[in-house]
Design a protein around this ligand. Sequence first.
Ligand code: HEC
Length: 207
Amino acid sequence: MTKNKTLKFLLLSLLATSTLYAQQTLCYKENLTSISEIEYVNLDGGICKGEKNLQDMKNDSWIIDDVKISPNNGKYSFTYIFKKYNQQNVSSDNIDEKINKILAQRKIKAKQERKEKIRLAKLKRLTDGQTLYENKCASCHGIDGNTRTMHSKKLSELHEFDYFQKMKAYGVGAIKSPLAYQMESIAQFLSDKDITNIYLYLRTLKK
Ligand code: HEC
C-alpha cells in the first residue's frame, strides 16, 4: 500500500468505528402497580438515574434495544436496554469526502511548513551574510558595498560570475596584483557557503 492508501485505510476504520459505534445503557423500574405506568414514570439506573422517563429517552435519540417485564406478586418490574448511535449512519460517500478533506488539509499544512522552513533558511543565510560582510568586508568596501578600494570595482555592482570567480581566486592566491594579499588573507578563511551568503546579502544592496 502506498503511504496515502495506508493513511486512508486507517482513517476509514477510525471514522467508521467512531460514527457507527453505539452507546448502550440499562435502565429499570421496579414494582409498578400497573403496566401503563411505565409510560410516564422516571426510570432508575444507567443514564436515567430516576430523572428520565421513556419519552425523555426517545427524545434523546435512544432506541429501545430490548425490554424485559417481570411480574411479581401483582407488581411489574421493567428492564430496558437502550442503544444510541452517535450519528445517523454515514454514507460511504460522506466518509470518503471527509477523508479527502483531511488529506487535503494535511497536504496544505505540510506545504506551508515546507515553505516556512525554506523562508527561514533563506533569511538565516542572508543575516549570516550580512554579519560576515559587516565584520569582514565593509571596512574596505563600504557598508553599502559602494566604496571603490584602490583596484576594485564597487561590490554592489559586481556581476555574480565575477564575484564568485574572484573570491575563489583570492582564496587560493591566484591573483597577482599589488593589493591582492589583502583579499587573500580574508578569502582563504571563507567557506563556499560564507561566500554565497555574502553574495546573497550584496545582492540586496544592488540598486
Ligand atoms: C583590508 C581591506 C579589504 C577587506 C577587509 C576586504 N577587501 Fe575585498 N578587496 C580589497 C582590495 C584592495 C581589492 C582589490 C585587490 C586587487 O587588486 O586584486 C579587493 C577586491 C575584492 C573583490 C574583487 C573586486 C573586483 O573588482 O573584481 C571582491 C569580490 C572582494 N574584494 C570581496 C570582498 C569580500 C566579500 C570581503 C569580505 C569577506 C572583502 N572583499 C574584504 C580590500 C579588502
